[in-house]
Design a protein around this ligand. Structure first.
Ligand SMILES: Nc1nc2c(ncn2[C@@H]2O[C@H](COP(=O)(O)OP(=O)(O)OP(=O)(O)O)[C@@H](O)[C@H]2O)c(=O)[nH]1
Length: 330
């Protein structure tokens, strides 16, 4: 294999719905204006990448139905090899973890002895959703797993974007900073953003030089089986549920149902056919807000993905049937 310059690599981490994809798209747009060729590794919980159409024409690897941090970490190592091949060369690589991935695990894959000559991690950019931060940190309104995941994402970051600042009141800021400062490493910069808007130079600044993270023993880098290691959690507590083949829905009812979802549902997204205005729409539900956008490609199939922690799956399916579908098809 020809030896090339190491590919500058950025890891985007952040809890479900914090704004990773929003930032990724901005980075891509900016790379284009600078004639830089980016590569992307996307990781989604739940079999379909509903945002795939946003990245048309990019060199992209998708890792579906799993989470970089556990089931497919070995696959990530293998797939990174893709970008080391002559015909797939890129100028910069962006890796977006699922909202429940621990960036340390991604770093670990990048430091695999077979890969570390190929990639140079520049920064671990972690997004925090300012509007949800205090709620997720609270022992009263959040679970230990959520707090631990958030804390991992904050403590392994080399840059924090405190995003969704438009959704919070000035008076919450002090409280957020107090908590956040306890979690991040000493001098890590925290930048406040709305829709991830910050100058690209700040975003792309190299904020780490050498990466040495090892969660496993050296010999375990070469697993012979797909068994999990003893130091690794087996069952991921965060799950994705997918509902497919959804008949057209009525926008108002659907939005109302989304907004009433139990707290255990942390994120929802997908594609639905609206009855009126008719057409295929991509929707996003995060921080209790719904966004809908008409799809350019009207041929995609509909699906609804709910991501959460200990979700009452049967109840969700029933309430979707009852509150969104039956009223329309009774
Ligand atoms: N109000 C507000 N909404 C935002 C902001 N940033 C992103 N959003 C919206 O929040 C939703 C989730 O944003 P994404 O960028 O998809 O978040 P993500 O971190 O990639 O989400 P996952 O796919 O769950 O990991 C979308 O509807 C965004 O448009 C912000 O600063 N303010």
């Amino acid at each position: 294999m020809t030896i090339h310059k190491k590919i500058p690599t950025y890891i985007l981490s952040g809890f479900l719905g914090s704004g990773k994809t929003t930032v990724l798209l901005k980075m891509l747009a900016d790379f284009k204006t600078r004639s830089l060729k980016p590569g992307i590794v996307l990781n989604e919980l739940g079999q379909v990448n509903v945002e795939g159409h946003l990245f048309k024409g990019e060199k992209m690897l998708e890792m579906l139905d799993g989470c970089i941090c556990c089931t497919i970490q070995d696959d990530l190592r293998e797939e990174l090899q893709f970008f080391l091949q002559e015909e797939n060369q890129v100028d910069v690589l962006l890796i977006e973890g699922t909202g429940v991935a621990n960036p340390k695990e991604i770093l670990e894959a990048l430091t695999d002895p077979r890969l570390h000559n190929g990639f140079e991690t520049q920064s671990v950019i972690s997004l925090a959703d300012a509007s949800k931060f205090l709620e997720y940190q609270s022992i009263f309104s959040s679970s230990r797993e959520i707090r631990e995941m958030l804390n991992e994402q904050m403590s392994s970051a080399t840059l924090i974007l405190l995003n969704k600042m438009d959704l919070i009141q000035e008076k919450s800021k002090d409280k957020i900073y107090k908590k956040l400062r306890k979690l991040v490493k000493g001098d890590v910069e925290i930048m406040e953003t709305v829709y991830g808007n910050i100058p690209l130079d700040k975003l792309l600044k190299q904020r780490m030089s050498t990466v040495s993270v090892s969660l496993r023993k050296q010999e375990e880098y070469y697993p012979h089986t797909h068994e999990h290691h003893t130091d690794h959690h087996h069952e991921h507590p965060f799950k994705a549920v997918k509902i497919e083949d959804i008949p057209p829905v009525e926008r108002i009812r659907f939005e109302k149902w989304l907004k009433k979802l139990p707290e255990s549902v942390l994120r929802a997204k997908g594609m639905v056919q609206l009855a009126s205005p008719s057409g295929l729409y991509q929707f996003q539900f995060a921080s209790k807000e719904v966004e809908m956008e008409r799809m350019e490609d009207q041929e995609c199939s509909t699906c609804l993905i709910l991501i959460g922690y200990n979700m009452p799956v049967d109840d969700l399916q029933t309430s979707f049937q009852k509150e969104v579908l039956q009223t329309l098809y009774a």
